[in-house]
Design a protein around this ligand. Structure first.
Ligand SMILES: [Zn+2]
Length: 208
């Protein structure tokens, strides 16, 4: 639904794509307006979400109006990203990947009580990458220490995976993604993420 700036508590971010439809990054509405006014938006998806009124033309007195779509594909400066590129590993994105859930005890925690745990400890040569790290609560992380999961008699409740770019963009903007943006990103989610989402939905349907 088209709205003006003052109608938003938090103005949503716009999803920027390259010409091939590859999601590139989240941009602010100001950057989106700048792309529109420089005539760099080539095609759009999703709804027009925001109407920005600009200055008045000196020639005919008409006022510039820019309707910003939730998803815009642009040319201009090319942000060439390799489709196989690995998104940066941050705690924020990691915790969202793991649904703020400790992958050992299965409890959901606030981010303040979560840590990045290395499944194979660094002291044993474990690497700091997406497939060797999980969200773990402080208690479990402390208990596990420098041991392997099996040495604790534990099992991971879900397998870690490396998010692709679409998954990563969904992770870092979670909680403020518009429905059509999420639907678009979901078309590019990989199998690991889909499987987890399916399990999450199944669990949600189970009576407590
Ligand atoms: Zn735990």
């Amino acid at each position: 639904m088209l709205a003006t700036l003052d109608q938003f508590h938090r103005v949503p971010r716009v999803l920027r794509l390259d010409m091939s439809g590859q999601p590139i990054r989240w941009i602010t509405w100001q950057s989106a307006v700048s792309l529109y006014t420089r005539d760099l938006v080539r095609w759009t998806l999703g709804e027009s979400v925001l109407r920005i009124r600009g200055g008045y033309s000196r020639l005919d007195g008409s006022r510039t109006v820019v309707d910003v779509n939730s998803i815009v594909a642009c040319d201009g400066r090319i942000f060439q990203r390799d489709r196989g590129q690995i998104p940066p590993l941050t705690n924020q994105a990691l915790f969202v990947r793991d649904n703020n859930t400790c992958m050992y005890c299965g409890q959901q925690h606030s981010v303040f009580n979560l840590t990045r745990d290395h499944i194979v400890p660094k002291s044993m040569g474990g690497t700091d990458d997406w497939t060797n790290v999980v969200a773990a609560c402080k208690r479990c992380n402390h208990h596990k220490g420098n041991r392997l999961v099996e040495d604790c008699g534990w099992e991971l409740i879900a397998l870690p995976y490396t998010p692709n770019l679409a998954e990563y963009l969904a992770l870092i903007n979670s909680g403020r993604i518009l429905g059509d943006q999420m639907s678009f990103l979901q078309t590019q989610f990989g199998n690991a993420r889909r499987k987890r989402d399916a399990i999450k939905e199944q669990r949600a349907r189970l009576p407590n």
